[in-house]
Design a protein around this ligand. Structure first.
Ligand SMILES: *Cc1c(COP(=O)(O)O)cnc(C)c1O
Length: 413
């Protein structure tokens, strides 16, 4: 490959981390959907399964498992720069969205409007719609549409926050284009008007620096199986700012959120602090598997990750203009670095065929490139800087170019 690429990888201080993830033989650019597996997770899971589960059985709850959710939450809190007692890990992102949307609307009793954009992830709309239909009849969802389908209308949103706004609910980095909102700006306007803000950080955590305390964030949720490499369907996290924890209810009242669940009392009394957002018995296998990914991300730190993500993305974009734009590809992510998370989206008339040619090259000497295809015509490339190299990007660009130049896509049915 190009010698300057080899130099960039050699000089990159994150290069050694690449070998701490299992190599599946592909150029893996889908870490924004499911991150790679840390090598250490194999050994750890063997320990959890063989020793803790098989041999320890019930005793492992007392000796290890009951405190593990909070131990891992503390590591994530350190990564995010918040207090350990502001993070709960457990349940899925969708379930945590349910808890916090419901809790926020219950708190904001006199306000009936939820403000959103049209770039959020589908489950976010479904959960909100369900809550409004089943439990908050009369509330309305107000949508501030994106003008181009790529960038959110941040000015429009800020203007639309009023005394009627109960909740502003957005993905900080949007899943399609990686457009990134300015949390400080939206939080500040919401604060002035007395609205709450719920941020979905699924595409932000591990990809961009977040200052939840400095930006005065109220509520947030996010996935750990994307950039945090926590494993398929790993538990999600939830953030509630300290002073809001007593005010926001958890609508799912269950024994792990009870003040003293093991007293088996017939009356429900919520736990103090963040623990009240727990529901039932944590899935210990998937929870345990999140730790190696969080540890590695903590070792590198978000600022070095972001720095490398920007370099890789700028290299990708430079190559796009030089070699791909003239072949019918379009760039569907914001061009400005400070408006973008860590994935890049391209469009092409033949995206579905290009996607197949990338992942299953007919010439078996070519390395498969794994990205994802979003109908009708989008290809998303996740740039997870902890294990992606400049060489990976160069290979991907080379394939995107030759699939069109050699008309490879025409052989795909
Ligand atoms: C990935 C993702 C989810 C996924 O939710 P699950 O409950 O884990 O399936 C939700 N919201 C956003 C913004 C996402 O990117």
């Amino acid at each position: 490959m190009l010698p300057d690429i080899a130099d960039l990888d050699r000089e990159d201080e994150l290069t050694p981390y690449r070998d701490l993830f299992v190599d599946n033989g592909t150029v893996y650019l889908n870490g924004n959907s499911l991150g790679k597996m840390p090598v250490h997770a194999i050994e750890l899971m063997r320990e959890v399964v063989e020793r803790e589960w098989a041999h320890g059985l019930i005793s492992s709850w007392y000796s290890k498992w009951l405190k593990r959710p909070q131990d891992i939450a503390s590591k994530l809190a350190a990564f995010l720069g918040v207090s350990p007692d502001e993070i709960f890990i457990g349940d899925s992102t969708s379930i945590n969205l349910y808890k916090l949307i419901f809790g926020a609307l219950s708190y904001q009793k006199k306000r009936a409007e939820v403000l959103m954009d049209d770039l959020n992830f589908p489950t976010d709309y479904y959960v909100l719609k369900g809550i409004l239909e089943e439990s908050f009849v009369g509330h309305v969802q107000k949508t501030i549409a994106s003008k181009d389908g790529v960038c959110g209308d941040e000015d429009g949103l800020v203007e639309a926050i009023t005394e009627n706004t109960a909740l502003v609910f957005l993905s900080q980095v949007t899943y399609k284009s990686a457009f990134m909102y300015d949390m400080h700006r939206i939080n500040q306007k919401a604060k002035e008007k007395g609205a709450l803000v719920l941020w979905d950080l699924s595409h932000s955590v591990g990809s961009v620096p977040l200052d939840l305390q400095g930006s005065n964030t109220d509520l947030a949720v996010g996935c750990l199986y994307k950039y945090m490499n926590g494993g398929p369907g790993s538990p999600a996290f939830l953030y509630v700012r300290k002073d809001l924890q007593e005010k926001i209810i958890n609508p799912i009242k269950a024994w792990f959120g009870h003040k003293n669940g093991f007293a088996f009392s017939p009356e429900f009394e919520p736990h103090a602090g963040i623990q009240k957002f727990a529901v039932g018995t944590p899935g210990m296998l998937s929870l345990s598997a999140t730790e190696p990914g969080i540890d590695l991300m903590n070792q590198v730190g978000i600022h070095r990750l972001r720095e490398k993500s920007i370099k890789l993305s700028e290299y990708f974009i430079g190559q796009f203009y030089d070699r791909l734009e003239s072949l019918g590809y379009g760039l569907e992510s914001p061009k400005e670095t400070n408006k973008r998370g860590s994935h890049l989206t391209l469009s092409h008339e033949f995206s579905d065929k290009i996607y197949k040619a990338l992942s299953h090259p007919q010439d078996s000497s070519k390395k498969p490139v794994v990205c994802d295809f979003r109908p009708p015509n989008l290809l998303r490339f996740g740039i997870a800087p902890i294990y992606i190299s400049f060489h990976d990007i160069a290979l991907c660009i080379g394939r995107l170019e030759e699939i069109i130049l050699d008309q490879e896509y025409k052989n795909i049915i």
